[in-house]
Design a protein around this ligand. Structure first.
Ligand code: HEM
Length: 560
């Protein structure tokens, strides 16, 4: 219906898939290298370069481009209106692409002497690790591009609002706008870190930065970014998955409440990444832990609502029995199976996340392989597998071409699932045995990792085998996408993309939920309460050099 928007969604997805392919290749190289199964691809000292490429390409580039395209589709399709400004749409796409090229050049420069740049700073890129300025400028452009995209979604909504003054915000648009409000708040931390500290530092304009302050600004953003990856997956689970299952969403109101809770609770939790950092008061770490545990609430509400909706679909298709209805689900439809398996893995990721979040038990797993074991279930599967799966449904719509290599597509989510069960489970266990993350060679002479059951050798094989299966699954996905994009029978497909209304529709959900400014205001207030005092004290002891560079007298007076 909207050719310009469809084209931009296609472009966004194409960049996302390229990043996914390259990032996945780095992933399997790491998995083989650090397990010692095959170390011939890279030298040990290049491990950080590959690891940085893996993290940045997957969690910054793949996710941001995919989400930008998905949201563009969700807003224009659910409001049934073209995007507010085509010019602005091209602008944000180009900004993000330029940012990706700059950051990518900086990272890959570390592998060759052809260009005098490098960025072995990992996807968390806080000081004291330092990158070439073009890496930070690239990262900043990706974020600025995402802001412009967000503003354009809002403008599209406002122009729709003029003709629909009393209507409820359609659910998909509501989800996009709430996610973007969360994103605007969360990215403030990293924007300040990059623009005021890391770029001037890497350019040599300032001689040093305060690592604790920049880390704190990073983690201000570093946890909510997780919800920026997950909320689009939730959008798919709430609004498309029930239809694929043959039914309808259980409750529109519950879905809105979940998104509002994410907006409120996502940001005031960042200190849970800094439990072992000195200089952050314990009380504020405790507050962050409590807020983190509250985040379980929207996830549990989702588990209930989405499973109820799928069960409703299965029973519509003739499914019966306490669990027998599971057999009636369309497991051969890859869009369904990928999203459903992703949701299942997310449940496991939620449990290991609770361990990470506990202030005391965190010490057991901190910086061990447990941590990547956890987030390969969340962003690496809940988000990534859902995005791959829903591409099987969306790409035919935005290209007008039927899905290619159907049988490969049907098998792909299961191969991913098996690969991730092996890799992630073994990573969790290795973490409990004390194996560190982010190391090329985690074996030490005369030191044995002791495990409650199984052996370290067996875990290493599982990690490597899982990593290879994941990479095979990724190649299958990319082959399907290539075949679909390139299909000569283009432009003739009509897809039934109509999404049925919820069983308990928007008329039954409280109107106050649509008051976006109210929720945004409360979210900002919670952030001020969680971060205001600790940040003031970090700034108070010197902006760039704690202890010696004094803040202006008026600020020192204010801070006591
Ligand atoms: C880290 C493998 C897919 C995000 C790692 C590590 C391995 C790995 C072995 C641990 C490295 C270490 O700590 O030394 C793979 C394989 C994949 C894959 C084989 C599939 C082919 C993904 C996906 C995502 C992702 C889909 C997210 C969308 C990350 C991140 C890190 C990581 C953020 C941490 C990087 C860091 O510590 O700086 N991956 N991964 N991975 N992976 Fe993956």
């Amino acid at each position: 219906r909207y050719p310009f928007e469809s084209r931009m969604v296609r472009y966004c997805f194409a960049v996302a898939f390229l990043a996914l392919g390259a990032g996945g290749l780095f992933g399997v190289i790491q998995a083989l290298h650090r397990t010692g199964i095959y170390r011939g691809f890279i030298a040990n000292q290049d491990y950080y370069t590959i690891l940085t490429g893996h993290g940045v390409l997957l969690v910054l580039v793949f996710t941001t481009f995919f989400i930008a395209g998905l949201f563009l589709w969700a807003v224009t399709d659910s409001l049934d209106t073209p995007v507010a400004s085509e010019w602005t749409t091209k602008l944000w796409f180009r900004l993000m692409l330029l940012g990706t090229l700059l950051a990518g050049t900086a990272i890959l420069g570390g592998l060759t002497d052809l260009v005098p740049v490098s960025a072995d700073v990992l996807f968390t890129f806080y000081a004291p690790l330092a990158a070439h300025p073009i890496f930070y400028i690239g990262a900043a452009l990706i974020i600025v591009g995402s802001w412009v995209a967000g503003i354009n979604y809002f403008r599209t909504f406002f122009s729709w609002r003029q003709d629909n003054a009393d209507a409820r915000i359609p659910l998909r648009t509501f989800m996009v706008l709430v996610t973007m409000l969360m994103w605007f708040i969360a990215t403030m931390g990293v924007a300040v870190e990059v623009v005021f500290f890391l770029i001037p530092w890497s350019l040599g304009l300032i001689s040093q930065v305060d690592p604790l302050l920049t880390r704190t600004l990073f983690w201000f953003f570093g946890h909510p970014v997780v919800y920026f990856w997950l909320m689009p997956a939730y959008l798919v689970w709430y609004t498309i998955l029930p239809k694929l299952a043959g039914g309808r969403l259980f409750s529109d109101g519950l879905a809105r409440i979940v998104f509002v809770l994410f907006l409120l609770l996502s940001t005031p939790v960042g200190f849970h990444h800094q439990y072992v950092d000195p200089g952050i008061p314990e009380g504020f770490k405790f507050v962050a832990m409590t807020n983190t545990m509250f985040l379980l609430l929207p996830s549990l509400l989702t588990a209930f609502t989405v499973v109820a909706s799928i069960e409703h679909g299965a029973r519509q298709r003739g499914g019966t029995g306490l669990l027998g209805w599971l057999k009636a689900l369309p497991w051969d439809n890859p869009a369904f199976s990928a999203s459903a398996l992703a949701g299942l893995m997310f449940a496991a990721g939620g449990f290991s996340g609770m361990i990470n979040a506990g202030m005391n038990i965190n010490y057991l797993v901190h910086n061990t392989l447990w941590v990547p074991g956890h987030f390969h279930l969340t962003v690496g599967t809940a988000a990534a597998l859902t995005f791959m799966g829903i591409s099987y449904w969306l790409v035919p719509q935005v290209t007008g071409r039927p899905l290619g290599l159907r049988s490969w597509a049907s098998a792909q989510p299961f191969v991913w699932f098996i690969g991730m069960v092996l890799m992630s489970n073994a990573m969790h266990r290795a973490g409990l045995a004390g194996v560190p993350r982010r190391t090329a060679v985690p074996q030490y002479e005369g030191f044995e990792y002791v495990s409650a059951y199984g052996s370290y050798a067996e875990m290493r094989i599982q990690i490597a085998l899982g990593g290879v299966l994941l990479f095979v699954s990724l190649l299958m996905f990319l082959a399907v996408m290539w075949d679909t994009y390139m299909n000569p029978k283009g432009g003739r497909l009509t897809v039934n993309s109509e999404l049925p209304a919820a069983l308990s529709g928007p008329e039954a959900s409280p109107k106050v939920l649509d008051n976006l400014w109210l929720w945004a205001g409360i979210a900002v207030l919670l952030v001020v309460l969680a971060y205001g005092l600790p940040l003031a004290s970090l700034v108070g002891d010197g902006l760039f050099d704690p202890g010696s560079a004094p803040v202006p007298a008026w600020l020192a007076g204010l801070l006591g």
